[in-house]
Design a protein around this ligand. Structure first.
Ligand code: GRF
Length: 217
């Protein structure tokens, strides 16, 4: 395991329950993860309060104050890089990132998405899974590439869709799984076990399957 802690910057726009799960997972004495800062494009994001309660630096960068995506992303990179991150974690950051931003953090940018990718990229994933009559649903952690919700998968949690599930009940169970698999993936990265290779994601130097590591709780 690397002796140096892994500096992580978390980007969010909302509640930050995934940030909270990550904060809680760092309490283990030998955790190599150090959350250096939380950056939000919205001043009212509850995730900022969670960060402050944990003594983590926060930054608000309001995208409406910038003249276009490129200008915002350039400012975002400058703020993030001020914390010298080894890893940047998207945790409900509701902005599409420019190609320049994604390339800048290639191999050190993770996202979590509430579906079993490649199914249901984009929004309203729980409703779409229910409407399609899927027997299974879940969530995915992946490296971010320029294809929206399309980068190499790291880990997926697969849960059954129950006959009486509603959008809300399904969302709640998927969210619970997000809180398990995101800290797991971040710790793998921080331990030096997870990396992005030429052909996709590698865990312990072995290629992960196209689905990522599958967890069926
Ligand atoms: C999660 O559902 C995640 O999959 C998606 O954004 C949501 C963030 O939730 N990318 P929270 O703010 O962490 O509670």
């Amino acid at each position: 395991m690397p002796s140096k802690p892994c500096n992580v910057v978390v980007l969010l726009s909302g509640s930050g329950s995934n940030l909270q799960a990550l904060i809680d997972s760092c309490h283990a004495q030998d955790s190599p993860v150090r959350i250096a800062a939380v950056v939000s494009n919205r001043a009212d994001a509850y995730g900022l309060q969670r960060a402050q309660a944990a003594g983590i630096d926060t930054v608000v960068l309001d995208h409406t104050q910038f003249d276009g995506r490129e200008a915002f992303d350039a400012a975002l990179i400058a703020r993030i890089d001020g914390f010298a991150p080894d890893l940047v974690v998207l945790a409900g950051f509701m902005r599409i990132l420019s190609g320049g931003f994604v390339r800048h953090y290639e191999g050190r940018l993770l996202n979590i998405h509430p579906s079993l990718l490649p199914r249901y990229k984009g929004l309203h994933t729980h409703r779409r899974a229910l409407e399609a009559g899927d027997a299974e649903h879940g969530c995915s952690v992946h490296f971010v590439t320029e294809e929206l919700d399309g980068g190499p998968l790291v880990v997926q949690a697969v849960i059954p869709v129950l006959s009486d599930d509603t959008v809300e009940s399904l969302a709640q169970r998927v969210h619970h799984q997000e809180h398990q698999i995101y800290p797991l993936a971040v710790h793998w990265f921080a331990q030096g076990r997870l990396r992005l290779g030429e052909q996709g994601a590698l865990l312990d130097d072995k290629p992960l399957p196209a689905s990522g590591h599958l967890i069926r709780p």
